[in-house]
Ligand binder design. Structure first.
Ligand code: SF4
Ligand code: FES
Length: 235
């Protein structure tokens, strides 16, 4: 069944606008169309000036996170049938808007780089692989699913209050390497994650967990990092 969706989009062009404003478009859509499909139709057939990020279209690249009907979502993963005939989209909160739905992600990626998001191991390279038991791999399986979409961090009230907080996404990536049995930088990671802008800024609001399009138990991962920081070791 074809619907005429009223799509309200928060627009902002820093070259001409003093402040953001909403514009409404009527877009013909099927229930199985995604919000990204609607944005594409607006851009391709109604208003080529609309700016937003997207790439894979299938929930993999993490580039099209935005507020959709008030909640952080990936535009390519949420369907018209889940939302109805009135849909509002706006940029993620807590980051500077560059244009329309595009925010400046550099502060987000700066926090990501702070937690050393890479394996550290300077022991002699074995002839084969650095082996790991299935149980050891399971320890951090959930946090390997992160696609760095920023939906969690920009849903977090603590991040809104202070953008210096590393935020849930950075801690998720910290967790992913902290609990990897092959990693040898646990001491450095615990020091970084225990810093003033680290895990203790989390107030356990669970907004991050609700926002994550990958279903990662973000608040739980942050809690595990907090426990490791208190113990001063990973075990
Ligand atoms: Fe996105 Fe989830 Fe990763 Fe946060 S934890 S950046 S919401 S995939
Ligand atoms: Fe890649 Fe949506 S376009 S996750």
């Amino acid at each position: 069944m074809t619907l005429d969706v009223r799509l309200r989009i928060r627009r902002f062009n820093p070259e001409v606008d003093e402040r953001p404003h909403d514009e409404e478009y009527i877009v013909a859509a099927e229930e199985h169309d995604s919000v990204l499909d609607l944005l594409n139709r607006v851009k391709w057939y109604q208003d080529g000036t609309l700016a937003y990020r997207r790439s894979c279209g299938h929930g993999v690249c993490g580039s099209d996170a935005m507020q959709i009907n008030g909640a952080n979502r990936l535009a390519c993963k949420i369907l018209v049938g889940e939302l109805g005939e009135r849909i509002t989209v706006a940029p993620l909160l807590g980051l500077r808007v560059l244009k329309d739905l595009i925010v400046d992600l550099e502060p987000f990626f700066a926090h990501y780089r702070t937690v050393m998001p890479f394996l550290v191991n300077d022991e002699p390279v074995p002839a084969g692989e650095r082996l790991q038991s299935p149980e050891a791999r399971e320890r951090y399986d959930d946090t390997t699913k992160c696609i760095l979409c920023a939906a969690c961090t920009t849903a977090c009230p603590s991040f809104w209050a202070d953008g210096g907080y590393y935020g849930p996404a950075a801690i998720v990536l910290g967790h992913r390497f902290l609990f990897d049995s092959r990693d040898r930088a646990g001491g450095d990671r615990l020091r970084i994650l225990g810093e003033q802008m680290g895990v203790w800024r989390c107030r356990t609001a669970f907004s991050c967990t609700l926002a994550c399009p990958r279903g990662i138990e973000v608040t739980r991962a942050i809690g595990e990092v907090k426990q490791a920081v208190v113990r001063g070791r990973v075990d």
